[in-house]
Design a protein around this ligand. Structure first.
Ligand code: DX5
Ligand code: ZN
Length: 238
């Protein structure tokens, strides 16, 4: 394991001293200038970089693999928050860890042996996250909640950026918040999909602590820095 990799993982945890974090999803970035766009987000003070991995099986779209994660790792010191929307994630986890992922989040719908998968992720030095699709009952998390470093509640059906926020996810976040508090867990409670200056305060009120945004940052008409700043402002003022 290289020194760079360990430093990155440490940063992921250092960030836990901030109560709320913004994770910018490069799914809406301009890939002809990906390095510049990542640098702009980093300079604007974003906390994490979110990488959406899709396989065309678990979700209809195909996006990025370990190769892109490796280039992101070279482009930034930001923690890489990697969201695996793929079947059989355990086959690919070592490659993503080697590529420099700081955290790996796997879907409860794709992991029949979730405990083993979380242990596999942790053994490779990454933060282990569990994610739920909007239609998956929150109870599916129960057996593994105490072992998760991060729980992600999807607020759109995964596959694409720019989709409409699913309002029912607010109550689901509140439910997960209650479960984490009952356990005394310090896991991040992350939300992903349709997060904007309008929806973020409702998710924050429900108990979310990490906010993923693609469109609101990389497609903000005022630019990437303005997008991050406006999300940061609503976090501070709500
Ligand atoms: C959706 C992805 C999201 C997506 C969010 O499947 O997991 O991370 O990039 O995009 P916005 O913020 O545009 O809804
Ligand atoms: Zn995502």
């Amino acid at each position: 394991m290289t020194v760079t990799f360990n430093v990155t993982v440490t940063l992921f945890f250092i960030n836990t001293m901030n109560k709320y974090v913004i994770s910018s999803s490069i799914l809406s970035a301009d890939f002809t200038r990906l390095g510049e766009q990542i640098a702009e987000a980093e300079a604007a003070g974003v906390d994490w970089l979110h990488v959406d991995v899709m396989d065309g099986h678990f979700v209809p779209n195909i996006t990025m693999g370990p190769f892109i994660v490796e280039w992101c790792r070279k482009a930034t010191k930001l923690p890489l928050d990697v969201h695996l929307m793929i079947e059989n994630p355990e086959r690919y986890i070592p490659a993503f860890a080697k590529a420099g992922a700081s955290g790996l989040t796997v879907h409860v719908e794709t992991c029949p042996e979730m405990r083993d998968t979380l242990n596999q992720i942790k053994a490779l030095g990454c933060t282990a996250g569990i994610v739920l699709n909007p239609e998956t009952p929150v109870e599916k998390l129960d057996p593994f909640l105490a072992e998760a470093d991060l729980v992600l509640v999807m607020s759109v059906h995964p596959g694409y950026s720019g989709q409409k926020f699913v309002p029912e996810s607010i109550a689901r976040v509140a439910e997960v918040r209650k479960k984490l508090d009952t356990l005394g867990s310090f896991a991040w409670l992350e939300v992903d999909g349709g997060i904007s200056i309008e929806t973020l305060p409702r998710m924050k009120e429900a108990g979310a602590t990490a906010f993923v945004a693609a469109t609101a940052i990389f497609k903000n008409p005022e630019g990437i820095a303005a997008g991050i700043e406006s999300l940061r402002d609503v976090i501070a003022s709500t």
